[in-house]
Each structure stands twice: as structure tokens, then as C-alpha cells.
Ligand binder design. Structure first.
Ligand SMILES: Cc1cc2nc3c(=O)[nH]c(=O)nc-3n(C[C@H](O)[C@H](O)[C@H](O)COP(=O)(O)OP(=O)(O)OC[C@H]3O[C@@H](n4cnc5c(N)ncnc54)[C@H](O)[C@@H]3O)c2cc1C
Length: 461
């Protein structure tokens, strides 16, 4: 047993410390086939536990990786056999809900769906929502600054967190559990930890900002005949919905066909031969008035020739079916070897960007497919690229160059919402300039001088 594991075993009893087979029998991630490799996993039950673990690891110059729900898609929670993992899975308590202040205090291992349900029980809304809601943790959401389906209305995770508590590499606890919307008393330290992928500190608790529960939810699905019309539809429907629009999700024809054709379980709500489809959600405060507003807004879009066909969900089941179709990204696993991307750009550049990617892919692959969908209202596209019959893992770098390089010229980002981790590290310079990268390194050096927290992820120091 190494010195550091010996020291940890003296501080943590029973199943609070896992070693050997108890570590290697755990899956490494949501869609991963491999298992965790690490010297030990500390299952922290409190902030003090996290602080103790980090203090011990710091004294032994030991690398530490934080684990939440392991649903991350950027390879930022990957470990090596020499690492120690601090898992937040047992820090899963909702400590307080204040319906007047509209705040919720949570430990960082609480699963997102539990937070949504707890808010719902109090007639409040925690608007963060993503396909991994049943497995991802709020600590992971904070550490990746997760986006998801309702960013266009409520913002990213960064906008939904009022305060947080984090433990630094040397075990120092920085408790910044602010509960106010306004607090300009010096630097807003929480933002250092939000989106830093566990490289600056381990988040242990957070204060979340809740919203009043909307009284109506309207979901509509429309077909559109050209990309310029998609953009004009976005402007017209947003204006028509009078501030109630909460999602604007676009599916290109290839994604729509994939998720509405067997073996997919969803049936196509509209014919499959339009080039673009949009799922629009509105959440408002006046059930009957909001329905009428949706009908009027859609009628205006029809009159202007912006949409070719449309359905409005008439029941919760129909709403769920429309969202199930959007969430059924797993169908792409049937395409064989694929590479997935999460990129963003000004929406005015989106059409020409996709044409460039298509051109570049076609120069290398005869039968490639580029399945496209995403949170278009946020400028965020997800691409699933299949190089075709002869595709293999070695194609990854070539496909990445086809997708990432054109982003540099248009001010786009190689990571819209999933983070950088190991997956996008090599391409970070396309989206961040030298001075930005240097300042990131300065911050890392100041908070984690020994480079022990999730080292080698995002960038090398
Ligand atoms: C089906 C599916 C759909 C998804 N949809 C979306 C989407 O729409 N939008 C989106 O943004 N993402 C999406 N994701 C990605 C993923 O769910 C998010 O990145 C999520 O925020 C990760 O949370 P997690 O608890 O699983 O974190 P993990 O995967 O465990 O960790 C992710 C990173 O955060 C760090 N970390 C975890 N917990 C802590 C902590 N307490 N303190 C410090 N660092 C920590 C880890 O070290 C790692 O660097 C999706 C994933 C899946 C599988």
C-alpha cells in the first residue's frame, strides 16, 4: 500500500475509502465501456472529508480527480492508475429550500433530477435541464458550466448559481455561500470554479437560484424549408411569444430521420422530407392566454411563409414524446464509428460553417454522414460525424480538423457546453488567444501551485 493510501485509510473508515477491486469494478462513465483506474476512491460525506482528503494528498504530492455522475462528454473525469478520486456521490443532501428567497442549498453530489423535483414540489423551478438529468450531479453541472435545453431563457449553470463552497488543493475550504442576486463586494469568486472542470477546487455545496414555476408549458414542432427561414422563424416566434420562449431546438433532416425511423421508437410527428425541424417550448403564466398566443405567433409565421408545417402538443404525453425524440441522441450509436462534437458560433455564420465542414469531410470520405442538431437559439450545434463504412478510430484526428479548424476564422468555440477535458485540449488555441491562456495558467498556478487537481485537463501548465 502506498504512503498516501495508508494515510487516507487512517482518516477514512469502512466504505468511505475504496481500493483494489472496489475501484476497478466501477464503470468509468455513462457511455464508456471501460472501468475506473485509480489507486483509491474517497467517498466523501462532508466538506470536512473533502478537505481532509485534499490535505493528505497535498502533503504527498498526490494527484486528485473529482467525480460526480460521470456523464461528462469531454474526457475531463478520466483517471490513471496512479490517481486518487474524490467522489461526491454520498454528498447528496438538499439542505434547505427557501420559497421566499427562492433559493436551494445543496451538497454537490445531488443528482440534477432530484433538484428539479424538489423545486417542483414547492411550486418552483430549477430550470437547468439536460438529457443526463437522472445521473449527472449539480457539482458536475457547476464544474462543466452545463448548458442544456433552456439556456435561451434562463442562461447556463453559471447564471443559476448564487454561491458555492469549494475546497482548494491544499484542503482550504472557501465558503462563498452567497444567497443574494446582487453582491458586488469584491471579486465574485464562484465564477473561478464554475466551468473549471475540477482543476481549481472541488465544489462541495452550492446555493441555487430558483424561479417561480410557470403555469403553462406549450410545446410545438415545426418544419422549415430553408436555413435563412429557420433564423427568421427564431426572431418572429421569439417576438410573438412575448418573452415566454424557453427552448429553440433545431434538428437537421438527417437527425430527424435517425430518431423517427426504426429501430428508434419515436414516430415522426411531421413528414420526414423537410430539411429542418424546430422544437419550440414556451413557458408562461396564463394557461389559456399562452395557448392563444402560441397559435397567433405560429399563424404569423405561416402567413410570412417561414414554416411549412406544424403541430402543437395537446397533452403532457405529446410534449414528452416530442422531447423524447430530441433526447434520443443514443440512436447515433447504430451508425458504427462516430465522432461527436459540441461547437458554438454566431448564428449568422452557422450555415456557411456547416457548408465548409461538409466540403472538408467530402474531400476525405465518400460515404460520410454529419448528423446535425442542437440548441440553435444559443448558437450551439452538436455534430455526430460518421466517416462511413471504412471509418475507424484512427480517423478521429482528421475528422476533428475538419470540424474544428473552420471555427478559428469565424470566432467560434470548440466547446459550447461540454468543457474541454482531454478531448478538446489540443484545439483550445482555436478559441482562446495567448493572453487568455496565460491568465488561465496564472490562475491555476495561484490556486493549485503543485498542479495536483485534475492536471493535464483543459491545458498543460
Ligand atoms: C445523454 C447525455 C446528454 C447530455 N446533455 C448535455 C447538455 O445538453 N448540455 C450539457 O452541458 N451537457 C450535457 N451532457 C454532458 C454532462 O451531462 C454534463 O457535462 C454534466 O454537467 C456532467 O455532470 P457529472 O456530475 O456527470 O460530472 P462528471 O462527469 O462526473 O465530471 C465532469 C467534470 O466535472 C468535475 N467535477 C465533477 N464533480 C465535481 C465537483 N463536485 N467539484 C469539482 N469538480 C467536479 C470532474 O472532475 C470532471 O472534470 C450530456 C451527457 C449525456 C450522457
Amino acid at each position: 500500500m502506498s504512503d498516501v493510501v495508508q494515510a487516507l485509510s487512517e482518516a477514512f473508515e469502512g466504505n468511505s475509502l475504496l481500493v483494489g477491486q472496489d475501484v476497478s469494478s466501477r464503470k468509468a462513465g455513462f457511455w464508456r465501456k471501460d472501468y475506473i483506474q485509480a489507486m483509491a476512491i474517497v467517498r466523501a460525506r462532508s466538506t470536512e472529508d473533502v478537505s481532509t482528503a485534499l490535505r493528505i494528498c497535498n502533503a504527498h504530492d498526490q494527484v486528485v480527480i473529482a467525480h460526480g455522475g460521470l456523464t461528462g462528454l469531454a474526457g475531463s473525469a478520466i483517471t490513471s492508475p496512479d490517481d486518487v478520486v474524490v467522489s461526491l456521490e454520498l454528498m447528496n443532501k438538499i439542505e434547505e429550500i427557501n420559497t421566499t428567497d427562492r433559493t436551494m442549498v445543496v451538497q454537490s453530489g445531488v443528482v440534477l433530477q432530484s433538484i428539479q423535483e424538489a423545486a417542483d414540489n414547492e411550486n418552483l423551478l430549477f430550470p437547468l435541464d439536460l438529457g443526463a438529468r437522472g445521473s449527472c450531479t449539480i457539482g458536475g453541472n457547476i464544474s462543466t458550466n452545463a448548458g442544456g435545453n433552456r439556456v435561451i431563457r434562463y442562461g447556463m449553470t453559471r447564471n443559476l448559481v448564487l454561491g458555492l463552497e469549494a475546497v482548494l488543493a491544499d484542503g482550504t475550504v472557501v465558503s462563498s455561500m452567497n444567497k443574494m442576486m446582487k453582491n458586488n463586494a469584491g471579486y465574485d469568486l464562484k465564477h473561478m470554479f464554475i466551468g473549471s472542470e475540477g482543476s481549481l477546487g472541488i465544489v462541495t455545496r452550492a446555493v441555487l437560484k430558483l424561479q417561480e414555476q410557470p403555469r403553462s408549458q406549450e410545446t410545438m414542432f415545426v418544419a422549415v424549408e430553408s436555413f435563412p427561414k429557420v433564423l427568421e422563424f427564431l426572431k418572429t416566434i421569439e417576438a410573438g411569444l412575448g418573452g415566454t420562449m424557453s427552448a429553440f431546438e433545431v434538428m437537421w433532416q438527417n437527425f430527424y430521420r435517425l430518431v423517427t425511423t426504426a429501430p428508434a421508437k419515436n414516430l415522426p410527428p411531421l413528414a420526414q422530407d423537410y430539411p429542418y425541424y424546430v422544437l419550440v417550448e414556451a413557458m408562461g403564466g396564463d394557461a389559456s392566454g399562452d395557448h392563444e398566443r402560441v397559435e397567433l405567433a405560429l399563424a404569423e409565421c405561416f402567413e410570412k411563409g417561414l414554416i411549412a408545417d406544424a403541430v402543437i402538443a395537446q397533452s403532457q404525453q405529446q410534449t414528452d414524446d416530442l422531447w423524447a425524440m430530441r433526447d434520443d441522441v443514443g440512436q447515433s450509436r447504430g451508425l458504427g464509428v462516430t465522432f461527436t462534437f459540441d461547437v458554438s458560433m454566431p448564428i449568422s455564420k452557422m450555415e456557411s460553417y456547416l457548408q465548409t465542414v461538409d466540403k472538408r469531410l467530402s474531400e476525405h470520405y465518400e460515404n460520410y454522414q454529419c448528423i446535425t442538431f442542437g440548441h440553435l437559439g444559443d448558437g450551439n450545434l452538436h455534430l455526430v460525424v460518421s466517416p462511413g463504412d471504412k471509418g475507424c478510430a484512427e480517423d478521429q484526428e482528421r475528422v476533428e480538423l475538419c470540424v474544428y479548424e473552420p471555427l478559428g476564422d469565424i470566432g467560434g468555440s470548440v466547446s459550447a457546453e461540454h468543457g474541454v477535458g482531454l478531448e478538446k485540449k489540443a484545439f483550445l488555441e482555436l478559441s482562446r488567444n495567448e493572453n487568455e491562456l496565460n491568465l488561465m495558467r496564472t490562475l491555476k498556478q495561484a490556486l493549485d501551485p503543485k498542479n495536483l487537481l485534475n492536471p493535464g485537463k483543459i491545458f498543460d501548465v
